[in-house]
Ligand binder design. Structure first.
Ligand code: R1P
Length: 296
C-alpha cells in the first residue's frame, strides 16, 4: 500500500485507498453482509455467482473485503473482526468508497439472555450499548460511580429489518430446527468479558450486571459487540446529495449462512432480501440502512 496521506481528516493512499480496509471506489458493493470471522466470510462468498470473478482484498489491518454478484446483483462480504472500533472503521471507510445508498446486514454470533435454543436466529430491531465506566475506580470500588453505563436504544432500519425477517421466514426450510425471532432487543458491549458479566481474575464489579441489564431493558435478548455501533453510525450519517450516477439496482439479494457451529454443516441457505429501489429519485439524500441477524 502506498502510504502518502493526502487528507488528514480522511487518510487515503495516493491511489485512493482508504487506510485500514485498503479498498477504493469500485471495489465494494452498496449491499454488504458483514461478519466477524474470515472463515464465515469465505463460506458466504462461495454462494456468489461464478462470474464475474470475485474481487478479494485482505488488508494489512485484518479486514477482508470480497465483492461479487449474487444472481447478478453486486454484493460485498466484509469481515471486520470484532468490536465497536472495527465496526467504526468499516462503516466510515466503506461509506467513503460508495455512492448512493449503503445497505448493511451484520451476520454474527451472540450470547442469549433468554431460554432460546442454541441455533436460534435473532433479528434485533434495536440495540443498546453497555460499556465499562472508565471513571469508576475498579481497584477500590467507587461509591460515587456505577461500573457500567447503558445507552439509549438505537433502531435498526425498519425497512431492512422487515425485509430480512420476511426473507428468512420465506426461505427457512421446515427441516431446519432453528427459530427466527424478529423485533428483539440487543445489547452491544465493549468487552467480551467485563461488560458481558463474565467472572475473570480482574476486578470487574460485574456480578449483578446481567440481572441489572435484563431488568433495565425490556425485551433484551442478545449480547454481542458490534450491532449497536453499526446502527448508531447508520442513524447519524449526515449524507450528501449525489448525482444521477448513484442509482442502485432495484433488489438487494444476499446469501445468509448460519453462523453458529451449533448448526450442522450443510444447512446453509440462500436468503433473498428483496427491497424496493431505495434511491430511484437520485436527487434524494442517500441513506445507510443497517440490520442484523445473530445466531444464538
Ligand atoms: C466474540 O467472540 C465475538 O463473537 C460475536 C461478538 O459480537 C464478537 O465479535 O460476534 P461474531 O461471531 O460475529 O464475531
Amino acid at each position: 500500500m502506498k502510504d502518502r496521506i493526502l487528507d488528514a481528516n480522511f487518510p487515503k493512499t495516493a491511489d485512493g485507498r482508504v487506510y485500514h480496509l485498503g479498498i477504493r471506489v469500485g471495489e465494494v458493493a452498496n449491499r454488504i453482509v458483514t461478519v466477524g470471522s474470515i472463515s464465515r466470510a469465505e463460506r458466504i462468498s462461495r454462494m456468489l455467482d461464478a462470474s464475474p470473478k470475485l474481487f478479494s482484498l485482505y488488508s494489512e489491518r485484518g479486514f477482508l473485503t470480497i465483492t461479487g454478484c449474487y444472481k447478478s446483483v453486486p454484493v460485498s462480504i466484509v469481515c471486520i473482526g470484532m468490536g465497536g472500533p472495527n465496526a467504526d472503521f468499516f462503516i466510515r471507510e466503506v461509506r467513503e468508497c460508495l455512492r448512493g445508498d449503503m445497505l448493511v446486514i451484520r451476520l454474527g454470533s451472540c450470547g442469549s439472555l433468554t431460554d432460546l435454543p442454541v441455533g436460534t436466529l435473532v433479528l434485533p430491531a434495536s440495540s443498546v450499548a453497555c460499556t465499562r465506566n472508565l471513571d469508576f475506580d475498579f481497584a477500590s470500588c467507587d461509591p460515587w460511580e456505577v461500573p457500567y453505563r447503558l445507552s439509549k436504544p438505537v433502531s435498526a432500519d425498519p425497512t431492512l429489518h422487515i425485509a430480512l425477517r420476511d426473507a428468512l421466514e420465506a426461505t427457512r426450510p421446515p427441516s431446519l430446527k432453528y427459530l427466527v425471532v424478529p423485533n428483539a432487543v440487543n445489547a452491544s458491549t465493549d468487552s467480551f468479558y467485563s461488560s458481558q458479566g463474565r467472572q475473570t481474575s480482574f476486578q470487574d464489579h460485574n456480578a449483578s450486571l446481567i440481572d441489572h441489564l435484563k431488568a433495565a431493558v425490556s425485551g433484551l435478548t442478545t449480547l454481542e459487540m458490534e450491532t449497536f455501533w453499526i446502527f448508531h453510525l447508520a442513524a447519524s450519517w449526515r449524507g450528501v446529495k449525489q448525482s444521477s450516477s448513484a442509482v442502485n439496482p432495484p433488489l438487494a439479494t444476499v446469501p445468509v449462512v448460519p453462523a453458529s457451529s451449533a448448526i450442522p454443516s450443510g444447512t446453509s441457505e440462500k436468503v433473498e432480501v428483496l427491497l424496493p429501489s431505495l434511491d430511484e429519485d437520485t436527487s434524494s439524500r442517500p441513506v445507510i440502512r443497517a440490520a442484523a441477524a445473530q445466531m444464538v
